[in-house]
Design a binder for this molecule. Structure first.
Ligand SMILES: [Zn+2]
Ligand SMILES: [Zn+2]
Length: 287
């Protein structure tokens, strides 16, 4: 691939669509990135997932919106979509191309700095490696849940996630090793003693009443949607409220979390900020 820094801006923008088409030709789902290297925000019709979300977000739908809404879930290898007038307009404005690693059957170990690369070289099997601004992407065959900051400077980008396309890099992919899968394995929380506090003969969590949980998520979405200023703080407080009520009983699913993240991203928050705010809220609650 041509080195991006030596291409004038207009030509670079034409290049995004060509890059997307070549990736799609090998069944890699792609999406445009706007300034700041983040997905385009949701259009008014898709705000708060009122449209039902994209089919691959695993919520009722499908969304028929012609725009690249819904963050990573917009990623597609459908050439009709990628070359539609709406997407071509987005490619023209785009500052980069992203792909959905999980949708391509891949996992990206995103190493943000030299220390993380040193750790990877000592710990992980060599695989396809792509240089990034400050670090490297190590790409493996196989999918797993995505997670940020699994170690200092290390993010996992696979299912329900996107990664910037920065070229082929060097080397060849090898199967996803257990040592990477183990990075997101749930750590046991010794303070939790559900069996002691559960009602005798029942054991069902009272929060499992779907209406109660649905109302909590809908309220959090509304708070984020109505934020006029201080979006960062509003998102954090909304996450805190949801986690404080539903975070300890296993009620929250990836779909609920995806709804909250989508609401935040519709207000211009980056996926990175969402995962950081979520992690900070969990830490604040001692989870
Ligand atoms: Zn839309
Ligand atoms: Zn939509």
């Amino acid at each position: 691939m041509t080195h991006p820094t030596i291409i004038p801006r207009d030509r670079k923008r034409g290049t995004h669509l060509r890059t997307a088409l070549s990736l799609a030709a090998s069944y890699t789902p792609v999406l445009p990135l706007r300034a700041g290297k983040v997905p385009f925000g949701n259009c008014p019709a898709c705000r708060d997932n009122a449209c039902g979300g994209r089919p691959n977000m695993k919520v009722p739908g499908p969304c028929l919106c012609p725009l690249p809404c819904h963050g990573w879930a917009a990623a597609t290898h459908d050439l009709t979509v990628i070359t539609s007038p709406e997407w071509v307009a987005a490619w023209r404005q785009a500052e980069g191309v992203a792909y959905h690693p999980g949708g391509a059957g891949l996992t990206v170990v995103d190493l943000d700095n030299a220390a993380a690369i040193t750790w990877a070289r000592r710990t992980l099997p060599a695989t396809q490696t792509v240089p990034t601004t400050r670090g490297q992407h190590w790409i493996y065959q196989g999918t797993m849940p995505s997670a940020n900051a699994v170690r200092p400077g290390v993010d996992i980008k696979s299912l329900m996630s996107y990664a910037r396309w920065l070229g082929q890099g060097f080397g060849f992919t090898v199967p996803l090793p257990d040592v990477v899968r183990a990075l997101t394995a749930k750590k046991p929380s010794p303070v939790r003693s559900v069996s002691v506090t559960a009602p005798v003969g029942g054991g069902a969590c009272p929060h499992r009443a779907p209406a109660f949980l649905e109302r909590g998520i809908a309220m959090a979405e509304q708070r984020i949607r109505e934020a006029n200023s201080g979006v960062h703080a509003t998102v954090y407080r909304a996450f805190l409220a949801v986690l404080g009520t539903h975070g300890r009983c296993g009620c929250l699913t990836e779909t609920h979390i995806a709804r909250l993240f989508a609401a935040a991203q519709a207000k211009g928050e980056s996926p990175r900020h969402c995962t950081d705010a979520w992690a900070n809220a969990r830490t604040a609650l001692g989870m």
